[in-house]
Design a protein around this ligand. Structure first.
Ligand code: NAI
Length: 310
């Protein structure tokens, strides 16, 4: 077992003469990790919703699982529930917005189970309202959890995965809101677009090392995401509730209903496990959103075509 934070042994793979342009243009592949049994997964936001379902799917795949979450009581219950399906499940308190907290949680996973192979940077919170009336504290909260939280997971565990050399996979939870923009969703959309961009770049960077990257872009899933204020630390100010009579308020009511009637998180988790085994970059769960994606790209391509005109 190699300790967290030790220097990568296979750093040499980074120094190929034509890297990175050659890689970007032509691609290149290392060996991917298909066999998950006996490996270890680290899942942030693992006490609820999609994170908990990921934990369950990993246990079913014969993996050891560390759930990391800010909500301690829910975490204890989640671990207890997963123990019904497998013995190698632990929980660790973790605030993904704080890099040292993620480092401590990753160390706990390392100490409990040895090398970590699959990292799910999944913890997330919502943020609704008009762009001009969302407080700066609210912006910071959403970006700190949804974007910096993903970054902290990657920065903490990627050197470890490179060092142990047993292969690995990073799963970053974005959203359809990271592919198609929506009004009154500014901090959330900004954070999720950033996670998609970061994942795409990381996938190219890690391909030669055989470390996979998946970016999960679900539509509405039946979870507690609309109750995310339960996890807002005091340092980010008080809860902001849009006026129910405002367009943003109406959107909250609409989204709450859509989440309540959304996809079962276990269906999302099954797709993620399959994507890890097949080394797929994108996971979408709602094919009915295809039209919205086509519309966005058609508008972008039309604008590019205009640039080509004399
Ligand atoms: P959820 O609220 O059921 O689960 C989120 C988990 O993240 C909770 O256990 C919560 O305690 C934890 N968490 C929140 N802040 C944290 C922090 N600072 N540090 C550590 N853990 C923290 O919601 P859900 O839906 O399962 O959310 C998981 C991810 O899925 C999020 O990134 C969310 O943005 C994304 N997503 C959810 C969709 C949905 O319709 N539910 C759709 C698209 C994306």
């Amino acid at each position: 077992m190699r300790e967290l934070g030790t220097k990568p042994q296979n750093e040499i793979a980074w120094r190929r003469p034509s890297w990175p342009l050659d890689l970007w243009l032509h691609g290149s592949e290392g060996e991917i990790m298909r066999d998950l049994a006996g490996k270890t997964a680290f899942v942030t936001g693992g006490a609820s919703g999609i994170g908990f379902a990921l934990g369950r799917a990993f246990v079913d795949a014969g993996m050891k699982v560390m759930l990391a979450d800010i909500e301690k009581d829910a975490l204890a219950i989640a671990v207890e529930n997963l123990h019904e399906f497998g013995a190698d499940v632990r929980g660790v308190a973790c605030d993904v917005a704080a890099s040292d907290s993620v480092e401590r949680a990753a160390k706990a996973a390392n100490e409990a189970f040895g090398n970590v192979h699959v990292v799910c940077n999944n913890a997330g919170v919502g943020g609704l309202g008009g762009i001009d009336n969302i407080s700066l504290e609210n912006w910071r909260w959403v970006l700190d959890v949804n974007l910096m939280g993903v970054l902290h997971g990657i920065r903490t565990l990627l050197p470890h995965i490179r060092a142990h050399g047993e292969g690995g996979h990073i799963v970053n939870t974005a959203s359809m809101a990271g592919i198609v923009s929506a009004p009154w969703l500014a901090p959330y959309g900004a954070s999720k677009f950033a996670v998609v961009a970061m994942s795409e770049g990381l996938a190219m960077q890690l391909k030669p090392l055989g470390i996979g990257v998946t970016v999960l872009c679900p539509g509405f899933v039946r979870t507690r995401i609309m109750e995310c204020e339960r996890n807002r630390p005091d340092r980010y100010g008080s809860k902001q509730t849009p006026d129910p009579a405002s367009p943003a308020g109406a959107l909250v009511a609409q989204i709450t209903e859509l989440v309540q009637s959304g996809l079962d998180p276990s269906d999302v988790a099954q797709r993620v496990v399959a994507a890890i085994r097949e080394d797929e970059l994108y996971v979408f769960t709602h094919p009915q959103r295809r039209e919205a994606v086509e519309k966005r790209f058609a508008a972008i391509l039309a604008a590019m075509d205009k640039a080509a005109m004399p």
